[in-house]
Structure formats: structure tokens, C-alpha cells
Design a protein around this ligand. Structure first.
Ligand code: K7E
Ligand code: CUA
Length: 763
């Protein structure tokens, strides 16, 4: 009894009714704390707007690109607490991503042929939309470094697909979705021959090309369908950010470009550098694409196949009225369509102005063939004056724009000025500016790129942190600053260091739109969402040996891995397939094999595999890597790799401590007492409306499962005792107790949950 209390801690006492209510009294008043920490009233107000008490939830969930980490960073707003890193393009051992066979396959399939990439530079996340509003189902993110798009399932926050662009060598303008997520846009960046062929730079104008890929998303399958995707070929201007039209402009898309000078650099041969040649002209080009028509043309067989991918060439696109250009001010960056779809705002980073284009005027100019000329590839250039609504002088280095819940109100980041400008784009009036720290890139308002922005908060994604945080060496974190936009004046609330790559863009969704899973259906391959063919139930674990290959079908449940001893011959291909048989929320196990670079993450219900060649003979402990229970460290096993050509071992193991009848009797008595504690927990739980709480039902199932195993081991203990085999009698009695301890632990968690979630005791 005493030892059970030790293991379960004070809460056992609470269960059986001896709990003493503890209260902590703070000796300091609010004024004292303000004085001690040098806080102002304004600071307190900001704190009150962001502070989230223990157990509290955020109103919005943000998905930030993780830059060079190749990941996605998930955080809450307004608390700015980081909730998760989701691996997209980079192996990450905690999640087993890039370590289990299932995710290795995703990385392989999502790499260019013959070269498995293990990093990416994520820039622009995009949440799937229905009728132009976030629906919380899927997240897409691009890899700017190696032109790719990842598809993340927002039910479990796992990457389930990566597609490598079949024609580009570089990209930037992805991922942006069309209003019903029919397509995910990915625009090229640095021009190269489409399909990756060789061509010398002397043939740049003729052979190098840019473009925009329209990846077809099959919502039913939850996958991009490369066979139904296509690219619209574009001139070798460096295409940049893009956006899809919405409402009135649905069916069209817009893509900026820089270096329309088509300059190819050459410092080493005495030519001026890229930066000079790529910013020499006063204007670049906005690419305007009728993607709906382009899709029809592809369906009608008007495409050209490159690398097994359909490309709509510029000739066809121009002849069919699919592709147009409009001048834009020097070195533009962001292009953002307003929530009503009527305008698009383009910022020129080497300028002070944002240009507001009118979609209606663009359409009129196209209809009237009001062209200022055509570019060297025959693409009509619309007359700038006739397509703009307004140009607004905002400040230095405007980059990106987001929208407020109030119509006509926009926010644009000013990189050089390190400010956010709030203005009315309908009237061309600046309303407010706030300084940020420092050099802001993107900014983001809640659901601010949809047809229905939610206002309230804005996040400034600052490139430099400089002096804002405790110094951590020359490489600084980035600084995401939370700004209150709920009132007419913007108010800076909070600095959050981001210590994982350089995020570019972030999107935030109302938290109530997300419906993540608590556990997987038993035996799910999380990387496909389907049943795993190697899943087994407890009691059905097995080791299958076929020529040079050993497959282990195992389970993980508190606190043992089954099987525990696996012997193979050096050179065998070993494949561990583990299923986590838990149902309780957050009861994840890990599985690592020492020095074989193996780590799996096994969330409740998940099945994952690790395959490797046991090329080194020796003894390799394997074990659980998540502190899952009091006996987590005991969740262990041995992989024995015997030297090549040696005979299989006899299976005999040596005996450790030996036990007496007294040990057995003592354990037996403890078990009977422990059962009383369990009975009291069970009595409490069943006295409540616990069935109204899914999580408690799952906990009760797990506890029942643990208790259900007792009968068998109790019988074994008693049989051994009858034979006066005190060693086995004591060990089986102890296993019986282990099942009790786990059941009690789970039961206590259920009890706490019920108490904290307002369960009622039935009379
Ligand atoms: Cu401006 Cu890649 Cu959107 Cu960086 S991008 S900031
Ligand atoms: Cu399972 Cu630790």
C-alpha cells in the first residue's frame, strides 16, 4: 500500500479521502510586482490581452512557415504560445518524420528523381478554403529552395504528400489556393529551361522560361493529383508572389515578377552584378492569368507535355486570351487580392507606393484590347493608367498586404521603415502607422487573406530581432510581434522569438474551425490515413522470418513493448512494426533502437515501421522514448545481432534476483490492498456521468484493459506458488501489481479530468 502511494503520489491520498486542500497565498500585490519588474499600466493592459491562464485556449491558431527548417510552426493567438512544429520537408525525430518507413516514402516520392532531399525552405502556408473561407481541413506549404509543395492533414497535423515540380528548377509564388481549393498555385522564381534541361546562358531569352503551376487538389482523396495539374508557361522574368482571384475575380490569378530586364549577371567576367541589372528598369510585370480557361484548354488537349506534365505554352496562352501583363512599379513583391475580389494591391519594394489595381478595369482593358504594347514574347501589356484604381504613398519598402474585417481597410508592411501602415485603399487614405522591431516582411491578420477577414489581431513577421531578446550568439531568433487592431489605433502587444528558421508567411484560423483527432483508429498508418497492413492486436504479436529478413509485428502499451527480445543474424534486414494499443489521450510511446538511427513516434492507435539492415553484430537495447508511465524506463527490450554465420541462441536467459515465499506473500497482500484503492476510484467514476466525456471513456477502456490482464497473470502466480516456484510466483504477482498500478494511474487521470470538467455525481 505504501509503495503504491509512493508511485502514484499524493493524488492517491485524495482518492481515498485524505486529501488536504492546499492554498498558496502571494505575499506580493499587483503594485509590488509592477514596481519590482518596472511595468507600466500599458504593459499590464497588453499582458491582460495576451495572458492565457493555465488550461486556457487561444482564439486563433496560426500556421507559420518555418523557413530553412523545412517545417511549419503552429502557435496560438493571442497567447503566442508555440503548440507544435510540423515536419514538412525535413526529418524530425520526435514525430518520427523521416525516420519511419511511411514518412521516408513521402520524402522519397516528393524529391526529384534520384536525389532524396532532406531540407526545404518553407515560405507560404495556405489553409484549404470553401467558398473563399478557411475550412480547417488541409494546409499546403511550398519549398522555395527545391520547387515542391507539401500537403498537411489538419486532422492530425501530419504531412501526407509532397509533390516535386516537374518543370521548374526554382520557385517562390506558392502555396496559394483558389477559393474552393480546386488548385494550389506555385509560381517559378529563377528562370531555367522547363523540365530541367541544359541550355547555355547565351540562349537565356530563347530557352529559359518561368511559369505558374496549377496543382489540382483532389479533396476526396486528400491529395494533389499531378496527372490533372498543369503549368502556364511564362517569360523568363523572375515570377514571384501570387494570389488567386476571389468572388468577382474567381477564375483568375495574379503573379508578380522582378528582373523582367532578363539580366543574367556575370561579376566574374567584369559585368555588373545581378542586383544592378535586375532593378534597372522603372517597371516590371504583373502576370494576369485566366486559369479557368487555361484548365479548359489543357482538358481540350491544347497542352504540350514536358516531363509527363501538361504545359500551356505562351503562344497558345496568348492566342487564346489566357495570359496578359500589366506594368508594375520597380521590383514588386506582394500581390494581394482584396476580400471582395474587386482589387489587387501590389507593393514595389524599391518604391514608396502601393498600387491598387481594379479587377473591373483590368477586364475592361482586356475586352477593349487597350494595350500599351506587347512584350518580346508577344504577350499583350495593358495600359497602366487605365487599370489602376489608386496609387498610395505609404512609406519606404512596402512588401505585403492583409485585410481587416472592416471593408476597404488594409495593412501593408514597410520593410525599410520597419512599420505597419493601416489605410483605406478605397479612398487612398493613410489611417495609422505603428513601428515594429525590426524590418518586417510579411504581416498577417486573422483569416486576413480570405473573403471574410476576422480583424482583431495582426502579426508582424520581423526579419531582424537585434536587441529584443536575451542574446544567444550571432544567429538571432526572428521576432513575431502581436498587434491589437481591434481599435482605430494599432497597439503593439507582444514579442515572440521564433528560433527555428526564418518564417516568411503565417496564416491564422479561428480555433473552432479545427477538428483535430485525439487518437487514431486502431492500426492507422498516419502518413496515409489508411489502415496499416502491419497492424496487430495485443496477443497477436509475432516475429516472421523469411530469407534474410525478419519482420517484427509488435504492440506498445503501458509499460511494455511486445516482443521484448529479438534475435537476428548479422546482415538480416530487420523491420519493426509497432502499434500503440492505448486509447487514452496523449498516451504516446516512442520506439528507438540504439545506434541504428531508429526512432518512431507511436501515438495512440498508430502503427509505424522502421526497417534497417542489422549490419553490425552486437547487443542493441531498444526502448520507449516518451515518458509514458512510472515504468517508462522499464519499457525496454533487446535486439541481439549475432555474428554472421553463427547459430541461433537457445533462447535461455540468465536469472537475476531470486525470491522467497515471504516475498511472494508480501506482494500478494499488497495486491489485495491495491485492489481496494482501485475499487474506490472505479466507484467514484461510475458514480458520475463519465460517459458524457469521450476522453474519460477512452481512459476507462484503457484501465479496464489493464485490469482485464490481471486474471491471467494472477493464475500464473498462483500456479507457480502451488509448485513452490517462488521466483515465478513473485514475478507474476508483481506483473499483476503492475497492471493494477497502471489501471490506478489511468483511473486517477480520469478522476482529475472529471473533476476539472464539471462532471456531476449521480445521486
Ligand atoms: Cu516576402 Cu517568400 Cu513571401 Cu519572404 S516572401 S518576406
Ligand atoms: Cu512507453 Cu515510455
Amino acid at each position: 500500500m505504501k509503495s503504491l502511494k509512493r508511485i502514484l503520489g499524493a493524488s492517491t491520498a485524495a482518492i481515498i479521502g485524505f486529501g488536504a486542500a492546499g492554498a498558496a497565498y502571494s505575499a506580493e500585490s499587483l503594485d509590488d510586482v509592477m514596481k519590482r519588474r518596472g511595468l507600466s499600466q500599458k504593459d499590464l493592459l497588453a499582458a491582460a490581452k495576451t495572458y492565457t491562464p493555465t488550461g486556457g485556449r487561444d482564439e486563433f491558431v496560426a500556421f507559420s512557415s518555418g523557413g530553412q527548417s523545412g517545417q511549419v510552426i503552429v502557435y496560438g493567438i493571442p497567447s503566442m504560445r508555440i503548440l507544435k512544429y510540423v515536419s514538412a520537408f525535413t526529418p524530425e525525430p520526435w514525430q518520427g518524420f523521416g525516420f519511419d518507413d511511411e514518412s521516408k516514402k513521402i520524402l522519397e516520392e516528393g524529391s526529384p528523381k534520384g536525389n532524396v532531399l532532406t531540407w526545404g525552405d518553407t515560405h507560404h502556408p495556405a489553409i484549404s478554403e470553401t467558398n473563399g473561407e478557411y475550412d480547417g481541413e488541409w494546409l499546403f506549404i511550398n519549398d522555395k529552395a527545391n520547387p515542391r509543395i507539401a500537403v498537411i492533414n489538419l486532422h492530425d497535423f501530419e504531412t501526407q504528400q509532397i509533390v516535386a515540380n516537374p518543370v521548374f528548377q526554382s520557385e517562390h509564388g506558392g502555396a496559394f489556393v483558389t477559393p474552393n481549393t480546386d488548385y494550389v498555385l506555385e509560381a517559378a522564381q529563377y528562370a531555367a529551361p522547363l523540365g530541367g534541361e541544359y541550355a547555355p546562358l547565351s540562349e537565356f531569352n530563347e530557352k529559359y522560361r518561368g511559369g505558374v503551376t496549377y496543382w489540382k487538389f483532389d479533396r476526396e482523396a486528400g491529395r494533389i493529383d499531378p496527372s490533372k495539374s498543369f503549368t502556364v508557361e511564362m517569360p523568363p522574368y523572375s515570377q514571384d508572389l501570387s494570389d488567386a482571384g476571389k468572388l468577382v475575380s474567381d477564375g483568375w490569378s495574379f503573379t508578380n515578377s522582378f528582373c523582367s530586364e532578363r539580366y543574367v549577371g556575370g561579376i566574374e567576367s567584369g559585368r555588373p552584378p545581378f542586383e544592378a541589372g535586375c532593378s534597372a528598369n522603372d517597371t516590371d510585370f504583373l502576370h494576369i492569368v485566366n486559369w479557368k480557361k487555361a484548365a479548359e484548354l489543357i482538358a481540350a488537349g491544347k497542352g504540350k507535355e514536358i516531363n509527363g506534365h501538361q504545359v500551356l505554352t505562351m503562344d497558345v496562352a496568348v492566342a487564346e486570351g489566357v495570359l496578359f501583363l500589366a506594368p508594375e512599379v520597380k521590383s514588386p513583391h506582394g500581390v494581394d487580392v482584396t476580400p471582395d475580389g474587386k482589387f489587387l494591391i501590389v507593393s514595389g519594394k524599391l518604391d514608396t507606393q502601393v498600387t491598387v489595381y481594379s479587377f473591373e478595369k483590368l477586364q475592361q482593358a482586356i475586352k477593349d484590347k487597350k494595350y500599351a504594347g506587347e512584350d518580346p514574347y508577344g504577350i499583350p501589356i495593358l495600359d497602366l493608367e487605365s487599370v489602376i484604381h489608386k496609387q498610395i504613398d505609404l512609406g519606404l519598402g512596402p512588401l505585403h498586404t492583409q485585410f481587416d474585417s472592416t471593408p476597404c481597410i488594409a495593412y501593408t508592411s514597410l520593410y525599410v521603415d520597419s512599420q505597419v501602415a493601416k489605410y483605406n485603399y478605397c479612398e487612398g487614405k493613410i489611417l495609422d502607422k505603428v513601428s515594429v522591431h525590426y524590418n518586417i516582411g510579411h504581416l498577417m491578420t486573422m483569416e486576413g487573406d480570405t473573403v471574410a477577414p476576422k480583424g482583431k489581431y495582426l502579426v508582424a513577421l520581423n526579419k531582424l530581432a537585434i536587441d529584443r531578446f536575451n542574446p544567444v550568439g550571432p544567429l538571432h531568433p526572428q521576432n513575431h510581434q502581436l498587434i491589437d487592431i481591434g481599435n482605430s489605433k494599432m497597439e503593439l502587444l507582444y514579442d515572440m522569438p521564433i528560433p527555428l528558421g526564418e518564417p516568411h508567411y503565417v496564416v491564422a484560423i479561428s480555433a473552432d474551425k479545427l477538428k483535430p483527432l485525439v487518437r487514431y483508429k486502431y492500426g492507422t498508418n498516419s502518413r496515409t490515413g489508411k489502415r496499416h497492413e502491419a497492424a496487430v492486436r495485443p496477443g497477436r504479436e509475432k516475429i516472421v522470418r523469411t530469407d534474410g529478413r525478419v519482420d517484427i509485428y509488435g504492440t506498445a502499451i503501458r509499460s511494455h513493448l511486445t516482443p521484448e527480445i529479438v534475435e537476428v543474424e548479422q546482415g538480416d534486414v530487420v523491420s519493426f512494426h509497432f502499434t500503440n494499443a492505448e486509447r487514452a489521450e496523449d498516451e504516446t510511446h516512442g520506439f528507438a533502437v540504439d545506434t541504428y538511427n531508429v526512432n518512431l513516434s507511436l501515438e495512440p492507435g498508430k502503427t509505424a515501421s522502421a526497417t534497417f539492415t542489422a549490419d553490425r553484430a552486437g547487443v542493441f537495447p531498444y526502448f520507449c522514448t516518451e515518458f509514458c508511465s512510472a515504468l517508462h524506463l522499464e519499457m525496454q527490450g533487446y535486439l541481439i545481432v549475432r555474428p554472421k554465420g553463427t547459430k541461433a541462441g537457445s533462447g535461455e536467459v540468465s536469472v537475476g534476483t531470486t525470491y522467497t515465499k515471504a516475498d511472494y506473500d508480501k506482494q500478494y497482500k499488497t495486491n489485495l490492498q491495491t485492489q481496494q484503492v482501485i475499487d474506490s476510484v472505479v466507484a467514484y467514476i461510475v458514480s458520475t456521468n463519465f460517459k458524457d466525456f469521450d476522453n474519460v471513456v477512452a481512459l476507462v477502456e484503457d484501465a479496464t484493459d489493464q485490469l482485464g490482464r490481471i486474471e491471467e497473470v494472477k493464475k500464473k502466480a498462483e500456479e507457480a506458488a502451488a509448485k513452490e516456484d517462488w521466483n515465478n510466483a513473485m514475478l507474476w504477482a508483481n506483473q499483476w501489481w503492475q497492471f493494477q498500478v497502471k489501471a490506478a494511474d489511468i483511473g486517477l487521470r480520469a478522476k482529475t479530468y472529471l473533476e476539472e470538467h464539471g462532471a456531476v455525481v449521480k445521486k
